[in-house]
Design a protein around this ligand. Structure first.
Ligand code: 9MR
Length: 357
């Protein structure tokens, strides 16, 4: 009896399955397209003529194969975090040292990654011989001219964009009283731009600062860029550093508006040093990571949506190595964790770059 009813049950089930299979006309649901494992940030960026990158350190490129491989896989632009600064390249008046910067450029060339140079003129990272030299105006102009001609000439044709003057304005909006400003006068900017263009006519020239939002500092930076353009100085772009931890304004609407007024001047904007420390946000660790991801997404979106922004560079890429750890103690500001695993911020940027096709 039991066996017979079991067989009957099986027969009924088979009949039902057969009936569904033969009478249903609805197409089976299309499975979601598996994401190609070759889709990296850089491959998505490339499809939109966009540059996504990070600052790098040569000793890590040399000694840490994961650092090197992840960078090469994910990014199509880099900035040497320190090794194209004045004191690194020009430690003595009559001696230049290109060894470390050359290694970075070689890595970039091997992986088809663009290089941005940072920074020809700055008040930090100067060698003692410059700071303590008590040079006259003419002497300092000669030194700057020689520096730019030699450095920019050395890399002629290999640098996508040069940060010609970094951080020229103070928080209150006045010119920063640097050795360059005090000794040469405000025209040090015009001269530096002109000399850079002469040494490499094909590289983009920009000035760079944490002047992203709308405030007295960003107003002065804007006025400076406008004046330089009106005076005919060869300025192509401005850099928004975007250290959202403590130097920079994080109001994305203001940043979008600010970008727009540069477009009206015919200037591009590049996001050059973005980082967002996790301790900026309150909540559980998961909530902090989500808030950080949102900020990366928002800033990437501002840049993608703007007519004059096609570059976003972070100040590093893995939480394993960030300047903030040593400087302010702020934590985990980047899009890969300390083990090179992508964080929610990575996925947010990935989605934003992917768009809707
Ligand atoms: O991250 C850089 C750190 O390793 C250097 O010691 C420091 C001084 O040269 O510069 C840091 O980078 C700065 C960049 O060059 C300009 N904008 C602010 C960055 C963070 O301080």
């Amino acid at each position: 009896m039991k066996v017979r009813s079991f067989i009957a049950y099986i027969l009924v089930m088979l009949t039902i399955v057969w009936a569904i299979a033969t009478t249903s006309t609805a197409a089976p649901p299309v499975p979601p397209r598996p994401e190609s494992p070759t889709e990296s940030l850089r491959s998505l960026a490339a499809k939109r003529d966009f540059f996504i990158g990070g600052a790098v350190q040569p000793q890590l490129l040399q000694n840490d194969s994961t650092y090197r491989e992840v960078f090469a896989r994910e990014f199509n632009i880099l900035i040497p975090e320190n090794h194209t600064k004045f004191w690194r390249l020009h430690p003595e008046r009559d001696r230049y040292d290109f060894s470390q910067a050359d290694a970075i450029v070689q890595f970039a060339n091997e992986h088809n990654i663009k290089v941005m140079g940072h920074a020809l003129v700055w008040f930090h990272a100067l060698p003692r011989w410059v700071v303590e030299g008590n040079f006259s105006r003419e002497e300092l102009m000669e030194i700057l001219h020689d520096h730019i001609q030699t450095v920019v000439g050395h890399y002629r044709g290999q640098i996508y964009a040069w940060d010609v003057v970094n951080e020229p304005v103070e928080a209150n909006g006045s010119f920063r009283e640097t050795i360059w400003y005090k000794t040469i006068g405000p025209e040090y900017l015009d001269l530096a731009l002109r000399w850079t263009r002469e040494a490499d006519p094909d590289t983009l020239l920009y000035i760079n600062d944490y002047a992203e939002g709308l405030n007295s500092k960003s107003q002065s930076f804007y006025n400076l860029a406008k004046d330089l353009r009106q005076r005919g100085a060869p300025l192509d772009a401005v850099g928004f550093q975007t250290h959202l931890g403590f130097l920079s304004a994080d109001n994305s609407e203001e940043v979008a508006e600010n970008m727009k007024r540069y477009a009206e001047l015919g200037l591009d904007v590049m996001i050059t040093e973005m980082d967002v420390p996790i301790d900026k946000f309150s909540g559980t660790p998961e909530e902090q990571l989500e808030a950080q991801a949102k900020m990366y997404r928002d800033f990437l979106k501002i840049c993608l949506d703007a007519s004059n922004c096609n570059t976003l560079v972070m100040w590093g890429f893995t939480d394993r190595h960030s300047w903030l750890t040593g400087f302010t103690g702020s934590k985990d500001p980047l899009i890969f964790d300390k083990s090179y695993q992508p964080k929610p911020a990575y996925h947010a940027m990935w989605e934003e770059l992917k768009g809707t096709d």
